[in-house]
Design a binder for this molecule. Structure first.
Ligand SMILES: Nc1nc2c(c(=O)[nH]1)N[C@H]1C(S)=C(S)[C@@H](COP(=O)(O)O)O[C@H]1N2
Ligand SMILES: [Mo]
Length: 250
């Protein structure tokens, strides 16, 4: 749990976004905007100041970071996941269920054969680093359309293969972010198959949000009407245990 202690130290005494000595991320105008909102920032305040439909900036191949570092978990210890690595994810399935008309179970081959999008974007981690990388994956909205969201669905939850000290990692977004054209479940990065440290076989890219929302090792996508019944009820692992804002849009 060393990661957690470090992160706690970073956010001590404020609303989750004190970035001591983080010149690179502070330089980003989007993050500046978020920081200016201060610790009283709420989801409804964000709704007023931010255009939720706006696209995140996309970059050129030449602008890509030479190294895209990894963060958080980089090797899920769960035996099931270890078996998937050994089998090259051939038997792995993404489950899409919850408040949907037609639950899905999709192989990696099926996901790769589906329409996909490639985007070069900047990842901003609250720990004070950013990196520009290229991501290829299936737009989440296409999967949700195929599954058929029920009228009571309000949030999309991402259940991950990893845990921190036994607590499962999960994240969630609202339907605006879920349907956003740059929200993809990525199976490719920088022109290659997504690696295990970066979240193989499938990780979320939700480009208008800060790094911790980009769930790696996604095993199950669940449509829910409320976040109250998951974890400690705040909508994500870091939200539950480190006080990070659930809405981390920039
Ligand atoms: N399942 C899972 N997803 C995760 C994390 C994690 O530990 N587990 N860390 C988050 C954080 S804080 C960041 S900054 C990014 C890091 O992604 P990367 O390792 O590809 O750089 O993944 C996010 N998604
Ligand atoms: Mo992060």
């Amino acid at each position: 749990m060393t990661i957690e202690i470090n992160r706690r130290a970073l956010i001590a005494g404020a609303g989750g976004l004190v970035l001591a000595g983080c010149d690179r991320i502070n330089a980003s105008p989007n993050v500046q905007k978020l920081l200016r909102l201060g610790e009283g920032a709420t989801y409804s305040a964000q709704r007023i100041v931010a255009d939720r439909a706006a696209l995140a900036p996309e970059f050129t191949l030449a602008q890509m970071s030479p190294v895209f570092r990894t963060n958080g978990n980089t090797m899920p210890a769960a035996p099931d996941y270890q078996q998937h690595i050994a089998g090259n994810f051939a038997d792995w399935r993404l489950v899409v269920d919850g408040l949907v008309a037609r639950p899905l179970s999709l192989s990696l081959a099926q996901l790769r054969a589906a329409p996909h999008r490639t985007q070069i974007t900047r990842h901003d981690c609250v720990e004070g680093w950013s990196a520009i990388g290229q991501w290829t994956g299936t737009p989440l909205r296409l999967l949700l359309k195929q599954a058929g969201l029920r009228p009571d669905a309000r949030f999309i939850v991402f259940h991950c293969a990893d845990d921190s000290g036994g607590t499962p990692y999960y994240e969630s977004v609202d339907l605006i972010d879920a349907m956003h054209p740059q929200t993809i479940l990525a199976w490719g990065m920088n022109g290659q198959t997504l690696s295990v440290p970066h979240g193989a076989p499938l990780r979320l890219r939700v480009e208008r949000q800060l790094g911790y929302k980009h769930a790696k090792y996604v095993m199950r996508v669940e449509a829910v009407d409320s976040l109250a019944r998951l974890g400690l009820g705040k909508g994500g692992y870091w939200e539950d245990y480190a006080g990070y804002q659930w809405y981390a849009g920039i």
